[in-house]
Design a binder for this molecule. Structure first.
Ligand code: FMN
Length: 198
């Protein structure tokens, strides 16, 4: 069984990537059968959906960019959980994240491929209360459209997902509260994904 992380920052290997890595490492600890993969959108050319409708009846898109190289990884039947991570940009997700989510409409249109996958959302803002929860909700809305099962960050932090602060003077690794939500989110996604697949 696999849990995918999608890092939706335009910056490779930065705070969203670091936070998602911690989150996935925590997911992996739940069961030896869990495999994790972290996909970074940084460096990929993923353009916005243009509603060409080519994907109505096939997992294919008319836009010639880097999205098609992700299709088989996203459609993989082994994927039981997805953790989507985005930086907060002006109180919401990045344009890269929105373009990615819109292009994923093809999986809804073709047999609801994401249906019943566990969805967790992680966000990183430059300030402590910079819109992380708003961003989580916006991403969760897209997950609900796929009939995915959105989870909180689980006990004991149990709220809306992982919310981190990259502006900590000693780096995101020292945002103890945020890191705890990331670890709990990974654990929660993994626990439920295991329950649903065993
Ligand atoms: C265009 C833009 C808008 C931003 N808006 C917010 C914001 O509304 N709230 C916030 O907390 N941080 C905001 N930030 C800061 C980023 O969320 C923060 O630096 C984050 O850690 C970047 O993630 P990354 O390191 O993975 O690229 C903004 C950054 C940019 C470039």
């Amino acid at each position: 069984m696999k849990i995918l992380g999608i890092a939706c920052s335009p910056r490779k290997g930065q705070t969203t990537y670091k936070a998602l890595s911690i989150c996935l490492a925590s997911a992996k600890k739940i069961d030896n059968s869990i495999d994790t993969e972290l996909i970074e959108l940084a460096g990929l050319d993923i353009r916005p959906c243009v509603d060409c409708r080519k994907c109505k009846n096939e997992l294919n898109c008319s836009i010639e960019d880097d999205f098609p190289q992700l299709i088989s990884r996203l459609a993989d039947k082994d994927v039981a959980g997805m953790i989507i991570g985005s930086p907060v940009y002006l109180g919401s997700m990045t344009a890269q994240c929105k373009a990615f989510l819109d292009r994923c409409v093809m999986f809804r249109r073709n047999d609801w491929i994401f249906r019943n996958r566990v969805a967790g959302v992680l966000t990183v803002g430059g300030i402590r209360n910079g819109g992380q929860e708003l961003t989580i909700q916006a991403i969760q809305a897209a997950c609900f459209c796929h009939d995915m099962i959105c989870v909180s960050d689980g006990r004991s932090t149990a709220h809306f997902g992982a919310a981190l602060w990259s502006g900590h003077p000693d780096g995101i690794e020292n945002d103890t509260i945020g890191i705890e939500t990331a670890q709990n989110l990974g654990k929660r996604v993994a626990e439920l994904a295991c329950r649903l697949t065993k």
